[in-house]
Design a binder for this molecule. Structure first.
Ligand SMILES: Cc1ncc(COP(=O)(O)O)c(C=O)c1O
Length: 423
């Protein structure tokens, strides 16, 4: 019998990793309290739970004016709108991220310009950003991807020099810090998702951190059907003017769940951070594996998924086979996103913007050469589930043992896969 679970052998990890989201009586009590209060919705904005969430979340990240809203996609669209970014403007986004990072500026009317990533971190490469800047560029959206942070020093220097807005996509980086400063408080805006897989979750929801009080007031207006709001995002005011807006308020029931999540968050983040350091060490002993670079300026690692790279030639398998085999061993993982320019959204036949000669300055599909993102997305990246880092050293040991087993039996697995393909 094979040693590999994928080929019928025994699993490396018998016990399932802990479930997500974590919940207990506190969540039930918090929701019950809101239901009994009769104040369910987000109107008038912000409700008491939403206001408390804004305050506590800004304190967690260490600054800014927090504006809770419906999700972590609209946050980025609202940031663009609040900053006056729209038709004709270009916004630079990384080639390795979820589609929302590019779709949000598009929803505001801007054109996403896709820049390649740094192979050491898989986050946007500041040199690629510099090359992508044109006279129409208005903003950069770096993504703190997986368990990494983008090089905020280099990006802020570029942004200052070119007068660009920086919107940090922190959907994976609640609690993370760069030189002691919270993710999302370094740029002009920080966008956070509270969607069910995220490390602070209320099922759905998002929070936009704004460095500037006026921007926060505008953001609150944009998500509250355009009603004028106070600077800082506080309650509606009758002094200002209506903005172009829609309803993306957060409901009080969701805010109540997020507040309970915030109580648990520090301990969960502490566990993940300690076990990530242990994982770095353990992985460095597996042949054919590359541990992503740990930047010493990334002072607190709080993360959504832990990402490493396989070196297919050396390991003997591509990342998709490694992930399939790890999953079978009981180690939850994923190959990650596809490269941004490969998303259906950006295929020429699907884009009205690509009508020949109609908008020649827009997507230059034929020029989208993004080799680092392609290598990561198509061959290398393995995203380990956060739960692996919430059950002590045993959780990490089991995952690494499974990986070693797969590496040692890579030849057998590659041959089995080849035979299956030939059938
Ligand atoms: C990097 C990134 N940005 C943005 C989002 C969008 O967040 P939401 O699903 O809350 O809209 C997600 C996840 O869903 C994400 O992973």
């Amino acid at each position: 019998m094979s040693e590999l679970a994928l080929l019928g052998g025994p699993k490396a990890r018998l016990e399932p990793y802990p479930a997500w989201p974590v919940w207990d009586q506190r969540d039930i009590d918090a929701v019950t309290e809101v239901i009994r209060s009769g104040r369910w919705g987000g109107f008038p904005y912000p409700g008491p739970k939403t206001a408390a969430l804004a305050e506590q979340f800004a304190a967690l990240q260490g600054g800014g004016y927090a504006v809770p809203m419906a999700n972590g996609t609209i946050t980025m669209e609202v940031a663009c709108r609040a900053a006056g970014i729209g038709w004709g403007d270009e916004v630079i986004v990384p080639a390795y991220t979820f589609q929302a990072t590019a779709a949000a500026p598009m929803a505001a009317g801007a054109i996403p310009v896709i820049a390649d990533v740094d192979p050491q971190t898989y986050c946007i490469d500041p040199k690629a950003v510099e090359r992508a800047i044109t006279s129409r560029t208005r903003a950069i959206i770096p993504v703190h991807l997986g368990h990494q942070m983008a090089d905020m020093d280099a990006l802020m220097e570029i942004a200052t020099r070119h007068h660009l807005i920086v919107i940090e996509d922190c959907a994976h980086a609640h609690g993370a810090k760069w030189r002691g400063q919270g993710a999302g408080t370094i740029g002009d805006f920080g966008s956070f998702s509270l969607q069910s897989s995220k490390i602070l979750t209320s099922g759905e929801g998002g929070i936009l951190l704004c460095r500037d009080a006026v921007m926060a007031g505008r953001a609150a207006g944009i998500i509250d059907c355009g009603r004028p709001h106070q600077a800082g995002g506080g309650p509606e005011t009758h002094d200002g003017e209506y903005l172009m807006g829609s309803n993306f308020r957060l409901s009080e029931i969701i805010a109540a769940l997020a507040l309970v999540g915030l109580e648990r968050f520090p301990e969960q983040a502490r566990q993940r951070e300690a076990m990530a350091a242990y994982m770095d060490e353990a992985l460095s002993e597996v042949s054919g594996v590359r541990v992503l670079q740990r930047d010493p300026r990334h002072t607190t690692r709080s993360f959504y998924r832990y990402v490493f790279a396989v070196k297919p030639e050396e390991f003997g398998l591509e990342h998709d086979m490694v992930c399939a085999a790890l999953d079978a061993e009981g180690v939850d993982c994923w190959t990650g996103y596809e490269a941004m320019h490969h998303y259906t959204l950006f295929q020429p036949q699907n884009s009205k913007l690509a009508v020949p000669n109609a908008f020649p300055q827009y997507f230059k599909f034929e020029e989208m050469n993004l080799p680092e993102a392609e290598r990561a997305c198509e061959h290398e990246a393995v995203w380990l589930d956060e739960a692996i880092f919430r059950c002590g050293q045993q959780g990490v040991d089991d995952a690494v043992e499974a990986l070693k087993k797969i590496q040692q039996n890579a030849k057998e697995l590659a041959e089995a896969a080849k035979k299956l393909k030939e059938r």
